[in-house]
Design a binder for this molecule. Structure first.
Ligand code: URA
Length: 212
């Protein structure tokens, strides 16, 4: 697995306000989208493109456009939804699939409760979005789900990661070729005994959408 951790002051600045417990939900949602757009710039570095001819007012030239099939963006429900707008802002012609992964707060076990994805993902570039890479369990399950459907070109994007989550994903994705790319806004200190990232930002889903 290739880990990309972009070093940019705007990423650190937006993350600071996401972490701050005084930040309200509307502001948190806006910042999560903006941060995602910055990470999307890095995550799409290898997006597939092809040349095509255009004419400027002055002369013909060759430009590039996104290749078909278009990339597929997969927010992992529910918190990944908070990153979707920030990603489609840069890739408006991408298609969007949905995958619902849920963590049992007691056992930390993961279950899949929803999916709306093409049956065959072979040949698709897939971007999986989940803000918090904590234990790495739900992301590993989500990526395995996508790989089982034929995906072989996967970029996972997380706003924050714990070292434990990165290590687990490294282990679980070690046999995947071509390697999965992981783009993260920051790598924090550790997980606490409740599976929260420290210092982290708390429960990303609750901070985006409230405790429902
Ligand atoms: N999920 C969250 O929303 N926050 C954490 O700190 C860990 C998992």
């Amino acid at each position: 697995m290739r880990v990309v951790h972009p070093d940019h002051p705007l990423i650190a600045h937006k993350l600071t306000y996401l972490r701050d417990k005084r930040t309200d939900s509307p502001t948190f949602r806006r910042l999560a989208e903006e941060l995602m757009t910055l990470l999307a710039y890095e995550a799409t570095r290898d997006v597939r493109v092809e040349p095509f001819e255009i004419e400027t007012p002055v002369a013909p030239t060759t430009g590039i456009k996104l290749s078909n099939p278009k990339p597929l963006i997969v927010p992992i429900l529910r918190a990944g939804l908070g990153m979707l707008e920030g990603m489609v802002r840069l890739l408006p012609s991408a298609e969007v699939g949905f995958l619902g992964m849920q963590r049992d707060e007691e056992t930390l076990a993961i279950t899949t409760y929803a999916n709306r994805l093409p049956a065959d993902l072979s040949g698709r570039q897939v971007y999986a979005l989940d803000p918090m890479l904590a234990t790495g369990g739900s992301m590993a399950d989500a990526l395995r789900f996508l790989i089982d459907r034929g995906a072989s070109d996967i970029t996972a994007v997380c706003l924050l990661a714990a070292p434990e989550g990165i290590e687990r994903l490294q282990r679980e994705m070690a046999d995947v070729a071509p390697p999965v790319t992981l783009v993260v806004g920051a790598i924090d200190e550790r997980l606490n005994e409740h599976g929260y990232i420290v210092p982290g930002l708390g429960d990303a889903g609750d901070r985006l959408y409230g405790v429902v």
